[in-house]
Design a protein around this ligand. Structure first.
Ligand code: PEP
Ligand code: MN
Length: 355
């Protein structure tokens, strides 16, 4: 596959690549002022701005639409930097390219949908070869993300990058979108030639966490950052809590420590540890699922007056799991100990339902 490196995209980028700009283009003054101040930080390679906003609920600000394209382009030209905006359908692609937008990105709510990605890919298959950045889909599905990249590559685009913006979850946690670092790491392993950019703004959802996440991504050897910045963040019409002033953006970038190439080999250790964290999370989720089933069985046994311990069934389970373990080079002792613990907990959970 013909994938160009960031330094072959035709602009003079720094390493790491720095993308900054407002979540949304709101007015000509807002975008001109924000971008002018961002330019003064000397820490921007590409200017971003949302024109059409995919909002979770209707009746929120849905972007200024086509008229904002020329504001964004003029703001970028004024500081001599390329500009990018999100596209979600063929019409967006045509309008953006007609207005002089230099690069496009596909948002997380679009990369999740192969029909939409294919529509964008088709709109791009006329040989324009504009750079396209593909955000991870909102759900943690590595193949869906890779599939979106493949559709864009198949359209003949050679300048692609991906953006890690985290994954949504039902539960409220520290982050707006869970970073699930093991997914971008796995992506890097599957498609090492595709540059990977971290978007701490959409992961964090709040400005006080940006530094920590941005630093972590650099420690994991990401190729760049995309950070939302607004002239007056608290008055922003979208994503107010996570945006920073251009001045604070400059300070944030200044505070990041670039990993010394000599100690880069520890990156692999960090990556492997993050992968382990991800696998462990899955183990716990699967164990919890197993206990849900155990409780349902407990409920059934209670209604039908059956005893909890069914030793014959248990003997069959152990024998079968030992064989499975052997196929995967796991020792018998390990499987035995593991299943003793699982069994104990299952009985505990079943007794809770039955008593
Ligand atoms: C954005 O970049 O403003 C945006 C809508 O991002 P995401 O697709 O990551 O939610
Ligand atoms: Mn945003």
């Amino acid at each position: 596959m013909n994938i160009k490196k960031l330094n072959e995209w035709g602009w003079d980028f720094t390493d790491p690549l720095l993308i900054a700009g407002p979540c949304s283009v709101e007015s000509e003054e807002q975008v001109m002022e924000t971008v002018k101040l961002l330019g003064e930080t000397n820490k921007v390679d590409i200017v971003r701005g949302g024109i059409w906003k995919p909002r979770t609920r209707p009746n929120s600000f849905e972007g200024v639409g086509e008229k904002g394209l020329k504001w964004l382009v003029s703001a970028g030209r004024a500081i001599g930097k390329p500009v990018c905006c999100e596209v979600a359908n063929a019409m967006h692609v045509h309008q953006a390219l007609r207005s002089g937008i230099d690069m496009l990105w596909i948002g997380a709510r679009t990369s999740v949908n192969p029909f939409a990605v294919q529509e964008i890919a088709d709109a791009l298959s006329n040989g324009v070869d504009v750079p396209v950045m593909i955000k991870n889909p909102i759900n943690p599905d590595l193949n869906l993300w890779i599939g979106a990249v493949e559709r864009i590559l198949n359209a003949g685009i050679t300048k692609v990058a991906v953006i890690h913006r985290g994954f949504s979850s039902y539960h409220h946690t520290k982050y707006r979108n869970q970073p699930r670092w093991e997914l971008p790491i796995a992506f890097k392993r599957k498609m090492p030639e595709v540059p990977i950019i971290n978007d701490p703004s959409h992961i964090c959802g709040r400005r006080d966490l940006l530094q920590e996440v941005a630093q972590k991504s650099l420690d994991l050897d990401f190729d760049g950052l995309m950070i939302e910045s607004h002239i007056n963040p608290d008055r922003a019409l979208s994503d107010a809590k996570q945006q920073v002033t251009p001045e604070d953006y400059g300070k944030l970038i200044e505070s990041l420590v670039l990993r010394n190439p000599e100690i880069k080999d520890t990156t692999l250790l960090d990556e492997l540890r993050d992968e382990i964290d991800g696998v462990d999370r899955e183990i716990i989720e699967i164990l919890a699922k197993r206990m849900d089933i155990a409780r349902a069985i407990g409920d059934y046994k209670k209604k039908n007056e059956i005893t909890i311990l069914q030793s014959k069934r248990w003997d069959t389970i152990i024998k079968d799991r030992m064989e499975q373990g052997k196929e995967k080079a796991l020792t018998e002792d390990f499987i035995q100990e593991l299943y003793n613990a699982i069994h104990k907990e299952s009985i505990r959970q079943q007794s809770k339902v039955m008593n």
